[in-house]
Design a protein around this ligand. Structure first.
Ligand SMILES: O=C[C@H](O)COP(=O)(O)O
Length: 250
């Protein structure tokens, strides 16, 4: 069901002690909000985060998982392991996984299938590179990322999908897509899903924007009708900034 979501992707930041400090600050300052609030610490700190947040409404989610159930995949983590510590939402397809770890659309579609087979929610990330936007191929690229990883899914699986549009040129760069650019792309995404499935599915999926969302731009970005919240990187590492971004959800 479409809902407002603010998720913090901590990437490879914060050791255990730092994780506990940030979570304590977040729980102490968390405002009343209609947004679902999520944090994605590193794998080694997930269990501690789940424990620390057991009486909080903040959900702990994972940054990644492998598609296999188990086996000889040194260094990897399965859906079953995440579920075993109480985590049932996973980020799949982040541009850093695509760029630095060779995750192709084919691998990502296997990961999505594995997460759904385990009844997990998937926060699926995608977005164009700067070159794609400069050459005006951004709509085509986004359409193909969605099609290759998601459009073979059954209609019923879409209740478990959250989308996060993250233009690669806006991630960690301080350069944000303008609220108009975000709205234009989010509307295109809904339209693309309507064409592949139907408007019911398109209108029920939450589409988050990610890429240099900060306290000073969140209100304007979140005010756009097809933007249902944000996937936050750098600003999620500072409690006051993340709280201010949560407050920007109306
Ligand atoms: O997952 C989060 C995104 O990569 C955005 O990161 P950022 O807010 O640091 O640009």
């Amino acid at each position: 069901m479409r809902s407002k979501i603010v998720a913090g992707n901590w990437k490879m930041n914060k050791n255990l002690a730092e994780t506990e400090v940030l979570l304590a600050e977040l729980t102490a300052k968390l405002p009343d909000t209609k947004a679902e609030v999520m944090v994605a610490p590193t794998f080694v700190n997930l269990a501690a985060a789940v424990d620390k947040l057991k009486s909080s409404t903040i959900e702990v989610i994972a940054q990644n998982m492998h598609f296999a159930e188990s086996g000889a995949y040194t260094g990897e983590i399965s859906a079953n392991m995440l579920l075993g510590i109480g985590i049932d939402t996973v980020i799949i397809g982040h541009s850093e996984r695509r760029a630095y770890f060779g995750e192709t659309d084919e691998i990502l579609s296997k990961k999505v299938a594995a997460a759904l087979a385990n009844n997990m929610r998937v926060m699926f990330c995608f977005g164009e590179e700067l070159e794609d936007r400069k050459s005006e191929n951004h709509f085509k690229v986004v359409e193909s990322q969605l099609k290759n990883a998601l459009f073979s899914l059954d209609a019923s699986s879409w209740s478990k999908i959250i989308l996060a549009y993250e233009p690669v040129w806006a991630i960690g760069t301080g350069e944000t897509a303008s609220p108009e650019q975000a709205q234009e792309m989010h509307a295109f995404i809904r339209n693309t899903i309507t064409n592949a499935y139907d408007s019911g599915i398109a209108n029920n999926v939450s589409i988050l924007y990610g890429g240099s969302v900060k306290p000073n731009n969140a209100v304007e970005i979140f005010s756009k009708p097809d933007v249902d919240g944000g996937l936050i990187g750098g600003a999620a590492l500072v409690a006051d900034d993340f709280i201010a971004i949560i407050k920007a959800i109306s």
